[in-house]
Write a protein that binds this ligand. Structure first.
Ligand code: ARG
Length: 292
């Protein structure tokens, strides 16, 4: 056992971009050089693993399954808090085949004591894991995205499963199809977010809960770099190669950036955060007061 926070990755052995279920996915670009792309994906994955290790994580790597290329994004597989994993229900048939292999992975993690329990959601409600249900350590609640993928009701289901407050945010564009594409709470209480991704009502919710000095607005360029899709641990931030704007902004606030070339995964609409899943999150973790 380790006292480092544990984070799950899925090896990209079976990764490719062979269908399109979000506007970033480009199967044609992949098909131009599948072998080269796959090699690149393997080296990018190793670089991500190294950056997470350098940031202080214990990295767990699970196997993917043939014919399920998007398993490389375990953020979509479950929501995990206080030792309990609530397994995802995918909206698109292309990803539903991931549910069984991920269930086996989580049962394996439970057998090894890395989590305590595994729960399945009832049918009829879509919920795409931690990509659409992000724990805010500072504020002690989840932020849940709904619209393109997860259902609005999934937020209530998460709230009753975990006994925690869940603040639902409506995603208004196809580009920001998961909350983690456009919203990232940071350890200092800041929230890095892309305002045009949200409905007006949801923007008001964000502004009411996050004071202006803690709101970091991402530009469309930051979004295109998948820079909002970042993994944060204390002052470490792991993300795709980012923009000068964000590099300066986060640097001024005391964050240390680990930039990784994840371009083969951006071709599927993913960045650093969606390639990971924290297994050790606790609702009791010490919070620093967020100045209102
Ligand atoms: N191709 C995947 C999909 O469309 C990408 C998922 C990225 N994950 C995330 N949490 N944003 O579902």
């Amino acid at each position: 056992m380790t006292d480092r926070p544990t984070i799950l990755l899925v090896a990209p052995t079976f990764y490719d971009v062979s269908y399109s279920i979000n506007p970033w996915m480009d199967p044609d670009a992949w098909a131009r050089d599948p072998r080269g792309m796959h090699r690149h994906a393997m080296t990018s994955f190793q670089a991500l693993r190294d950056a997470l290790d350098a940031s202080g994580f214990a990295v767990e790597v699970a196997d993917g399954a043939p014919g399920q290329p998007d398993m490389v994004f375990p953020a979509n597989a479950a929501v995990v808090l206080d030792g309990k994993a609530v397994l995802a229900r995918f909206r698109y048939p292309q990803r539903r085949g991931e549910e069984a292999p991920f269930e086996a992975i989580f049962e394996g993690l439970r057998a090894r004591g890395l989590i305590d329990s595994v729960v399945t959601l009832p049918e009829g409600c879509f919920q795409e894991g931690a990509g659409d249900c992000i724990w805010d350590v500072q504020r002690g609640h989840f932020w849940a995205g709904f619209g393109p993928r997860s259902s609005r009701e999934a937020a209530d289901a998460m709230s009753s499963h975990f006994g925690q407050e869940v603040v639902a945010l409506e995603l208004a564009t196809a580009q920001s199809y998961h909350l983690d594409v456009c919203f990232c709470p940071l350890a200092g209480g800041e929230v890095l977010y892309y305002p045009p991704a949200f409905s007006e009502a949801s923007l008001q919710v964000i502004r009411a809960r996050v004071p202006a000095g803690l709101r970091i607005e991402a530009s469309v360029d930051d979004l295109r770099h998948f820079s909002v899709n970042a993994v944060n641990l204390d002052d470490h931030v792991v993300m795709t190669s980012t923009t000068p704007h964000l590099r300066a902004e986060l640097g001024q606030r005391g964050y240390r950036l680990h930039e990784v070339d994840l371009s083969p995964f951006m071709l599927s609409g993913g960045g650093a955060y969606c390639m990971t899943l924290r297994l050790d999150r606790s609702s009791m973790a010490a919070r620093r007061a967020v100045a209102a």
